[in-house]
Design a protein around this ligand. Structure first.
Ligand SMILES: Cc1ncc(COP(=O)(O)O)c(C=O)c1O
Length: 370
């Protein structure tokens, strides 16, 4: 179902054209597995064509799960700055590719700024060098196909685009399944084969496992299937219509607040920054009004990811009036010592990133304190 939604044909009799995949535990696992597949495919080549250090080329905006993959699988991550519109810079990506590049990445849309990378151009650049291309549609996989059907101008991002060789799409986000499932897809069964783990010599028997986990929760896969069938095409269309309508109203509302500026040209994940007030203090003032927004950095910004909850009557209006009030509060009061503003302020000024890294680890320790 996911392959069909994303322009692929799971039943194509040609095994190298058929779009195949697996259910995973979430967006991160889908991304980890795709990166492992590209690495292992490249390492299986003859010595002359094998990379010394398999490399992922990704815009700075691509999800941090790609860094996690690089760290876990001993790959090199090459991050490429995005353009002024927060979309991947195709020329810069092209220049960043080397003989060690095994995959290029683009997002549809990106987590921080909710913008869709120029997938067609990126995939063509990768394809021209015989390199794979992964569209991370963890956020957009279950929204963009329906947005397109509703008449929105959605640039090519899925398997209809030549050169797109894999995708991730999260059932547990806008697929409305319970947390714990996502789908990773490949163009061709050969690429998926490099995702698998197999062992032939273990006394426990001939062993294979398709994904990262050993034992897996079948109930979650079944529940995800049920959520998709129960929601159906009509359900996804209606949910997307409501989300995009509400998001457009929220975006327009933010644009009328003089202190704030929307970043890029987003659809339903809307990031805003400010040249006049500390945007992290706005984040804290919104938290005080019970809004749980995400703080972003480089550049400093805050985003709201519009979901079905926000489409309930009056919610968008309350968000905008709270946001106006929050900005006013920040303008008229002194900074507090609590909240995220001092944390982001401090983290931004420490030049030793190892220290910030250590602080993050100790923060996680605190979360596990008995
Ligand atoms: C674009 C994108 N990719 C990947 C992920 C990672 O997904 P997960 O948190 O399910 O591991 C997210 C999560 O928000 C995302 O927005």
């Amino acid at each position: 179902m996911t392959a069909a939604m994303l322009g692929g044909d799971a039943r194509d009799p040609d095994p190298e054209r058929a779009v195949v995949g697996t259910v995973t535990s979430g967006g991160t696992e889908s991304i980890l597995l795709a990166m492992k597949a590209y690495r292992d495919r490249a390492l299986a080549r003859g010595r002359a064509r094998r990379p010394r250090h398999p490399e992922i080329v990704a815009p700075t905006s691509a999800h941090v799960a790609f860094d996690k993959a690089a760290q876990y699988f001993g790959m090199r991550m090459v991050r490429v700055p995005v353009g002024r519109d927060f979309r991947a810079d195709v020329g810069a990506v092209r220049r960043a590719m080397s003989r060690d590049t095994v995959v290029v990445v683009g997002s549809a849309p990106s987590f921080p700024h909710g913008v869709i990378d120029p997938i067609r151009e990126l995939a063509a650049a990768a394809g021209a060098k015989g390199v794979g291309f992964h569209t991370d549609a963890c956020l957009g996989g279950f929204v963009l196909p329906w947005a397109e059907r509703l008449g929105h101008d959605v640039p090519g991002f899925d398997f209809r685009v030549p050169g797109v060789t894999s995708m991730s799409a999260d059932t547990h986000k806008f697929g409305y399944a319970a947390k714990g499932t996502s789908v990773v897809l490949y163009r061709g069964a050969e690429l998926r084969r490099h995702q698998y783990f197999t062992a032939t010599e273990w006394p426990g028997g001939l062993y294979f496992s398709p994904t990262l986990a050993g034992s897996r929760p079948g109930a979650l896969s079944a529940a995800a299937w049920a959520a998709m069938v129960a929601t159906g095409e009509a359900g996804y269309l209606e949910a997307t219509r409501r989300i995009l309508e509400t998001a457009a109203r929220i975006r327009e509302g933010i644009e009328t607040i003089p202190e704030l500026r929307v970043l890029g040209d987003p659809m339903w994940v809307i990031a805003f920054a400010s040249d006049q007030v500390d945007v992290y203090r706005v984040l804290d003032a919104m938290a005080g009004r019970r809004w749980s927004l995400n703080g972003l950095h480089r550049p400093a910004a805050v985003h709201i990811c519009v979901t079905l909850r926000h489409t309930e009557p009056g919610v968008a209006e309350r968000f905008l009036s709270d946001l106006r009030e929050a900005v006013g509060e920040v303008r008229s009061t002194e900074p507090a010592k609590e909240g995220l503003a001092p944390v982001y302020g401090l983290a931004g000024t420490i030049p030793f990133r190892g220290m910030v890294d250590d602080l993050l680890r100790r923060y996680v320790d605190l979360l596990y304190r008995p």
